[in-house]
Design a binder for this molecule. Sequence first.
Ligand code: BG6
Length: 508
Amino acid sequence: MPAKKIDPHVFVIMGGTGDLMRGKLLPALARLQEAGYLNRSSILGVARTPGMDDAAYRAWAWNALVEDGMTSESLRRWCETSFYFEPLGHGEVKDYRGVAQRIEQIEKETGSPGNRAFYLALPPAAFPPTITELGKLGLNKSPNGAGKGWTRLVIEKPFGRDLQSAQELNALVHQYFDESQTYRIDHYLGKETVQNLLAFRFGNALFEPLWNRDRIDNVQITVAEDNGIEKRAGYYETAGALRDIVQNHLTQLFTLTAMEAPASFDADAIRSEKVKVLRSVMPIEPQDVLYGQYTAGTVNGTKVPGYRGEPGVAQESHIETFVALKFEIANWRWQGVPFYLRTGKRLPRRVTQIAVAFKLPPVSLFRSFDTCQVHSNILIITLQPDEGFDLSFEVKSPGTPFQLETHNMHFRYSTPMPLAYQTLLLDILAGDQTLFVHAEEVEASWRLYSPLLHEYRPLAHPYPAGTWGPNAVNARMGQDGRSWLLPVLSQKDFRSEENAAVQHPALS
Ligand code: BG6
């Protein structure tokens, strides 16, 4: 990780005993501590958990780390000395006052100069009252006065349920907090390969001149999960794949792939290019989107129930667990190049990939050899499970007759990647907003999906768990003269029949 300067601070986690803290924030904080970033950090958990106090919270944090196999003596000491707990009671004004007093007391005790981060690790319904109470008590401002020290607000996804609710939430945030204090999280932006997209595109002179409608036939972005909804029916029944993955994670991958080169590598420049490309996307037409819902099937050799059979899901639920859609971008770079996006639960494997399919050579030199089929070059950017890049190219098969075969250049990181939350937490504490979603961006993204949320709701086609979604998905792609590439994990996958099928419409 790059060296970042972290000022002494109090890191307040609202929802300090919840699943997010337990599963994501705590392991990430522990890694940052081990890397020496949190020496002057105090962590204050705030929650309604009955019977919790400083001692119990320290034991809770330490036990959780031990469960995760993080058992060093220095981490035990860290939990003992840096963790504090403040109960939130019924969330009344006096409880928030208690939080304010506790922060001041910790600052006095540790000599911390008044820098504060408030992390809302809470269900979305709790965002507005929490922001309001923090603001009313003046916790939105630095206790040292303007320009001295910092106060930051961190908000988890989902940020709103649609354009209107996102606008309302932004208005509330801005009533108390400046945009420069606000960190909207999309954890995909913390993933190393997502950031590497920028390095790949703008750090190599090779690809950028080809990154446009002259050379690219289509782009396919897949976020596939083999798991189901786990124990989150309550949330998922009100969200569905569009709100859960498409509006945020998938849209982020799309914008980073399609945006123009920023003027510099700083937060404002990058975020404003992302907003521009979102604003250039044409309205999604009903025929360009398809929903699915998994039925019972077999995933990775295990029989699993259908979505409607999951505990807590309504028998007649029409919630989508799969979305495939097509974006057309009305700008000089991308006019006429479709971007196909898809995500689904209970697909055959967990894989996140961006496939950029280049056009075929303009002249088919090898046509006279009827044994020869030219395949397009495909660049595959894999975000998970193994982060890296592949680029397919055609070579002559040795010997006669004259035949071509596809091979690929293959790069995978061999070092373990930092956790996405590790990167994001460090950036929050260092005051770097590059990997966080700007107010305008979150609204531009919801605006794209407004027709699907308010004008027409696509029917969810059934698909058996363990397949790549409803059959109709391929039929739709077929109408464009293309097919979905199967995710590529190895050289062998590149040579598969299905993956060889990206045809230039003019030559097919
Ligand atoms: C979350 C979604 O934001 O991202 C989950 O709510 C999804 O439904 C998860 O499973 C996927 O994240 P990752 O990092 O495991 O790809």
